[in-house]
Design a protein around this ligand. Structure first.
Ligand code: PXG
Length: 288
């Protein structure tokens, strides 16, 4: 495996960063999780745009242009001979002193890992997931804005631990007002009376690239889409529920806090959007 760090490739064993890097010391940095399907990188430009927005928000000055970074990502996928890949793009604050001040750090470090994608077992996509709502609330936007895809993922990890403790694979996180926000690494949708509903960005969520694509696909099908406040009650009583994310793609949810959602099986709208999404990812994207 060839791992990219600041313009050079290293073997997995040699791909190391300094213990003085603020990415390690403070979780100070940003990242993206990107996928390639059949030699095409899906929504590369959108991921790069989101990364630069995250970086801007935390006052991390990207050391290279967007175009150069896209070239470097393509180069890394190519160097690893991958057609279907999970690309982890990480930008750390860089090497600094012990002490919070990010302005004492040198250059940000750019790391690109292109690896094989490990999928959830197929059974989850066919039967649907069981999930729980958890005590850990999603970060409030006025503290660490969930729209920043930062290296500081403890908020989500705490929720994931609670899901694991409950014996399920995913957690629904609520915001500080008790409304549904998102999952630990996925956005959430429901279908109610033919309308597709998902929490708006101001509920304190990441603007998922898969989320945006599903909204667009649904509208193309003539399905009404509402970005609206959702409560646990709405999720329990939904006709269908599914999660979206780069890693998970679309995954049906059939049980929430022991309440069976809809028929207890992946619904028709979920299946239709899943098929359309799979068709899309193989057709579009930046060729490697
Ligand atoms: N919410 C959160 C908190 C996320 O971290 C999503 C929603 C979905 O966004 P996208 O743009 O992927 O549709 C995410 C994405 C990983 C990994 O390695 C995590 C994500 C994506 C890819 C890989 O854990 N999270």
């Amino acid at each position: 495996m060839k791992i990219y760090i600041n313009g050079k490739f290293y073997s997995k064993a040699d791909a190391v960063v300094s213990v003085y890097d603020h990415g390690l010391l403070y979780g100070d940095g940003v990242f993206e999780g990107i996928r390639a399907y059949g030699g095409r990188i899906f929504k590369l430009r959108e991921h790069i745009d989101r990364l630069y927005e995250s970086a801007k928000s935390i006052m991390l000055k990207m050391p290279i242009t967007k175009n150069k970074l896209m070239e470097e990502i393509i180069r890394t996928v190519r160097a690893n001979g991958l057609k279907d890949a999970y690309i982890r793009l990480v930008v750390t604050r860089g090497i600094g002193k012990l002490g919070l001040n990010p302005f004492h750090c040198g250059k940000p470090q750019i790391i690109i890992i292109a690896d094989k994608i490990v999928l959830y077992p197929k059974a989850f996509y066919e039967k649907g997931l069981s999930v729980v709502t958890v005590p850990t609330q999603r970060n409030i936007a006025e503290a660490v804005n969930p729209r920043i895809k930062s290296l500081n993922y403890l908020n989500n990890i705490l929720a994931k631990i609670e899901a694991c403790n409950a014996g399920v694979h995913e957690a629904i996180m609520l915001n500080a007002s008790g409304y549904v926000a998102e999952c630990t690494g996925d956005n959430i949708f429901i279908v109610k009376k033919g309308v597709l509903k998902t929490p708006p960005l101001y509920m304190g969520i990441l603007e998922g690239i898969t989320r945006d694509e599903i909204i667009r696909l649904a509208r193309q099908f003539g399905i009404e889409v509402m970005e609206t406040i959702l409560t646990r009650h709405d999720i329990f009583n939904a006709d269908e529920c599914f999660l979206t994310g780069t890693a998970a793609e679309l995954i049906p949810v059939v049980k929430v806090d022991e309440r069976v959602v809809g028929t207890g099986k992946p619904g028709a709208v979920t299946r239709k959007l899943t098929a359309a999404f799979h068709e899309l990812v193989r057709r579009v994207g930046v060729a490697v």
